[in-house]
Design a protein around this ligand. Structure first.
Ligand SMILES: Nc1ncnc2c1ncn2[C@@H]1O[C@H](COP(=O)(O)OP(=O)(O)OP(=O)(O)O)[C@@H](O)[C@H]1O
Ligand SMILES: [Mg+2]
Length: 302
């Protein structure tokens, strides 16, 4: 009887020690990565301004002394490098294939912004061995540890390529416009990310509006739908007015906030950047960069 009790106690002690060890290891892993914020800029419908918003916000965050990198995760045509007039000859695919190093493919954008060109090669990773994947996670993590913010310009919609990045990001910014289909597509995207991928926090930027009031109205329509049908609240992050300076900046292949910092749309973006740069996040939102990449790469297993 007593021997039994002693054995049970020993068992409990052993389990406690194991749990303590595991939790210490978890904390150490969390500490190992700097608290880089991984922010995905995404949308249900294409052409709503994701790439322009991601590029300009990233420029503005650099100006606010945040080490920022934009990860171009889109397969579309008007990518970050085109918009910012920088030349991306190689991308993550070449790193995956071992043809280039990560440092060789990184591009310097305006004002110290760094760009990691098209990650659309990630779905090709199924043919990498486990060892190769782990090396890749380490390389990418090392890069992330020097950053404050990694902004991901995703494609539009609910294809798996878009989902990889939204799933792994801790913060999701949904971009929508007053166009009715943009709103229904934003709802559809949020629904999938919430129901299938358990994402709970979404923030909305309404782009191409005439006024802040119009943006609010769009926001209320979307958040009413998500609270009513999904029991989920979407947060309002800001709006960007329809501004022909944006088109002009794209034509000039320069960031709007660099050439027309006083343009109406640039002022709107500055407000959003201020919010992002100054907010404090709870523990849930901070995650190590290693965890981010590991997530992405694990999703590709098999
Ligand atoms: N606030 C704005 N005012 C005027 N034009 C804008 C504004 N925002 C974006 N645009 C224009 O809309 C077009 C689409 O923008 P952008 O390429 O950033 O969209 P996207 O969501 O990234 O598209 P895709 O889904 O194809 O990746 C561009 O020509 C851009 O100049
Ligand atoms: Mg785009």
């Amino acid at each position: 009887m007593i021997a039994d009790q002693a054995a049970t106690l020993r068992e409990i002690r052993k389990n406690q020690q194991l749990r303590q060890k595991a939790s210490a290891a978890g904390e150490e892993a969390a500490r190992a990565g700097r608290d880089v914020r991984v922010i995905a800029v995404t949308s249900g419908k294409g052409g709503v301004g994701k790439t322009n918003i991601a590029a300009n916000l990233a420029c503005l965050l650099v100006k606010r002394r945040k080490e920022t990198l934009v990860l171009d995760a889109d397969v579309g045509l008007a990518n970050i490098d085109v918009i910012l007039g920088v030349n991306a000859s190689f991308n993550l695919y070449h790193v995956l294939k071992g043809e280039k190093t990560l440092e060789e493919i990184l591009i310097d954008g305006p004002g110290g912004l760094r760009i990691l060109p098209s990650a659309s090669g990630i779905p090709e990773m199924t043919d990498l061995s486990r060892g190769e994947k782990l090396t890749l996670v380490d390389t990418l993590s090392a890069l992330g540890e020097r950053l404050d913010i990694m902004m991901i310009d995703t494609g539009a919609g609910i294809s798996s390529n878009v989902m990889y990045f939204n799933m792994a990001a801790k913060e999701i910014i949904v971009v929508a416009t007053p166009e009715p289909t943009s709103l229904t597509d934003a709802y559809a995207l949020i629904k999938v990310l919430y129901q299938r991928y358990a994402k709970k926090r979404f923030r909305l930027i309404v782009n191409m509006v005439k006024s802040a009031a119009e943006a609010r109205e769009i926001y209320f329509r979307l958040s009413n739908a998500t609270s009513h049908f999904l029991n989920l609240t979407v947060e309002y992050l800001g709006h960007v007015v329809l501004d022909e300076n944006m088109t002009e900046a794209v034509r000039k292949q320069t960031a709007l906030v660099e050439i027309f910092p006083e343009a109406p749309a640039a002022r709107c973006l500055a407000k959003v950047a201020d919010k992002i740069a100054t907010e404090t996040l709870d523990a849930y939102e901070n995650g190590s960069i290693k965890f981010f990449w590991k997530n992405i790469i694990d999703q590709n297993r098999g």
